[in-house]
Design a protein around this ligand. Structure first.
Ligand code: PLP
Length: 408
C-alpha cells in the first residue's frame, strides 16, 4: 500500500505551528523578502537529495544537473559544488552554467532546435553539443570553421523504446528529440570523416517517473542500445548519458521513488557495459529530482470569500507564477499540489479553494482542500515547487509583478 503524501511535507520541519524553510519561519522569510509571493529553495533539502543519489547509485556513475528544472543562478551555483556536470537546453542556461566553476568539458547541451549562435557559443566554450539531426551537424561544422575550434559532439539518440509510466515521454516513436536509432550508424560514419571530437551518446527517454521498475527496464534497454551503437562509433565512446527521469511525489497516492533497486540493477549491468565500452563515463542527468522538493511557493491571502456556501481564499499569487500548481502545465486532469497554511500548520480544518487574482477561472492553486482555518494575511505555501515553477510560468499574463526567489 502506498502511503499518501502528507500536507506537511517531511523534508521541512515545523516550529511553533509554523513551517520552517532554510531555518526560518514562513513569516520571517516573508519579512526578509519584503513582499509576497516568492519562491524559496532550501539548500539542505537539495544537498540531501544529492546525498540520497550517492548513497544508492554506484559511485562510478556521474550525476549531472539539468538546469532547465531550476535555472536560478544561486541554485546552479550551489549545485556546481555538489554534482559532476551540467546539462543545458539553451544559451541562457549556458551563461548561468559558465558563471560557475563547472569546467566546460563537464557541460553538455541538448535541444531539438539549437540556433546557430547557440551552436557557436558551445563550440567556443568547449561545451559538448548533443546533436539532434544530421543537418545540425553540418551547421556545427560551418560554425567550427568560422570559429577555428574543434567542436565536441555527442549523439542524442531517439531510442527505439519508450520509458514506461513516464509523466512526459521524450523518446521512442516519432519525436522531435534526438536522432532515430536506425539512422545513428550513418551519422556516426559522417562524424568519422569530420574534424570533431566525438564524445559519445545521450539517450534520454522521459521525465517524472516514480516507478523503479520502469526506470530499471529503461536502463537495461539503454545500455543494450549503447553497446549496439558503439560498434559503429568512429572513435572511443567517452561518455554515455543514460538520461534520468527520476520523479518526485506530488499527489495523494504517490510515494518517493525507491533508488535502492535502481542502484542495484546498475551495479549488475555495468560490468557488461565495461566489456564492450571500457572506461566509459556513465552519466545520469536529473533536474526535478534534485531541486523539486527543496522549493516552496509562498503567497498571502488577500480576501476570504464565501460564495453560495463555498469558501475561497483569494491569494496574491496564482497561475502566472506557478502554472504547474494550477494544473495547466501538461496535466490531463487537474490535481492539487500539496499545500499548507505556512503560519498555521495545525488547527481546526475547513474546506477551501485557493484561487489567484487573475480574471480567469483557470487561476486555481488548490481546489476544495481541507486546511486549517485561515484568514486574510495568512500565508499559503505550495510544496514541491522547486522545479518547473518560476521559469515555467507566464509571469507577464495580466501584468502583475513577478514572484521573488531566494535560496536559503
Ligand atoms: C528536461 C530534461 C531533463 C530534466 O528532466 P527532469 O524530469 O527534470 O529530471 C533532463 N534531460 C533532458 C534532455 C531534458 O530535456
Amino acid at each position: 500500500m502506498k502511503k499518501p503524501i502528507h500536507t506537511v511535507m517531511n523534508q521541512f520541519s515545523v516550529q511553533d505551528n509554523s513551517l520552517i524553510v532554510g531555518g526560518m519561519s514562513i513569516k520571517d522569510l516573508a519579512i526578509k523578502m519584503g513582499r509576497t509571493p516568492f519562491y524559496a529553495y532550501d539548500k539542505q533539502v537539495i544537498a540531501q537529495k544529492v546525498e540520497t543519489f550517492k548513497k544508492f547509485i554506484p559511485s562510478r556513475i556521474k550525476l549531472h544537473y539539468a538546469i532547465k528544472a531550476n535555472p536560478m543562478p544561486d541554485v546552479v551555483q550551489f549545485l556546481s559544488g555538489l554534482v559532476d556536470g551540467f546539462d543545458l537546453a539553451s544559451l541562457g542556461e549556458m551563461n548561468v552554467a559558465l558563471d560557475t566553476s563547472m569546467p566546460s568539458e563537464k557541460i553538455s547541451f541538448a535541444g531539438p532546435g539549437k540556433r546557430q549562435e547557440e551552436l557557436n557559443a558551445s563550440i567556443m566554450a568547449g561545451v559538448t553539443i548533443n546533436i539532434e539531426s544530421s543537418h545540425e551537424l553540418t551547421r556545427i561544422i560551418a560554425g567550427a570553421e568560422t570559429i577555428g575550434k574543434k567542436p565536441r559532439v555527442a549523439i542524442r539518440v531517439n531510442p527505439d523504446f519508450e520509458l514506461k509510466s513516464s509523466g512526459m515521454k521524450m523518446g521512442g516513436g516519432p519525436k522531435q528529440f534526438g536522432i532515430d536509432t536506425e539512422i545513428v550508424p550513418e551519422v556516426l560514419k559522417d562524424i568519422g570523416k569530420l574534424d570533431v571530437e566525438f564524445m559519445g551518446f545521450h539517450i534520454f527517454s522521459g521525465s517524472q517517473n516514480l516507478s523503479a521498475e520502469a526506470i530499471i527496464e529503461a536502463h537495461n534497454k539503454t545500455l543494450d542500445l549503447a553497446v549496439r551503437l558503439s560498434e559503429h562509433a568512429p572513435s572511443v565512446v567517452k561518455k554515455l548519458n543514460i538520461g534520468g527521469g527520476f520523479g518526485i511525489p506530488y499527489f495523494p497516492g504517490e510515494s518517493h521513488l525507491d533508488l535502492a533497486p535502481i542502484g542495484k540493477n546498475l551495479e549488475t549491468i555495468l560490468p557488461k557495459l565495461d566489456e564492450s565500452i571500457p572506461g566509459v563515463d556513465v552519466i545520469i542527468e536529473l533536474g526535478r529530482y534534485l531541486v523539486g522538493e527543496s522549493g516552496v511557493y509562498v503567497c498571502q491571502i488577500i480576501e476570504k470569500k464565501i460564495s453560495r456556501g463555498e469558501t475561497f481564499l483569494i491569494v496574491d499569487g496564482g497561475l502566472h507564477h506557478h502554472l504547474a500548481a494550477s494544473g495547466n502545465f501538461g496535466q490531463v486532469i487537474r490535481k492539487n499540489y500539496p499545500v499548507a497554511i505556512g503560519n498555521k500548520i495545525q488547527g481546526k480544518n475547513e474546506t477551501v479553494s485557493i484561487v489567484g487574482p487573475l480574471c480567469t477561472p483557470l487561476d486555481i492553486l488548490g481546489s476544495k482542500m481541507d486546511l486549517p482555518k485561515a484568514e486574510a494575511g495568512d500565508f499559503v505555501v505550495i510544496f514541491q515547487s522547486g522545479a518547473y515553477g518560476y521559469t515555467a510560468s507566464p509571469h507577464a499574463f495580466l501584468s502583475h509583478p513577478p514572484p521573488l526567489q531566494i535560496l536559503v
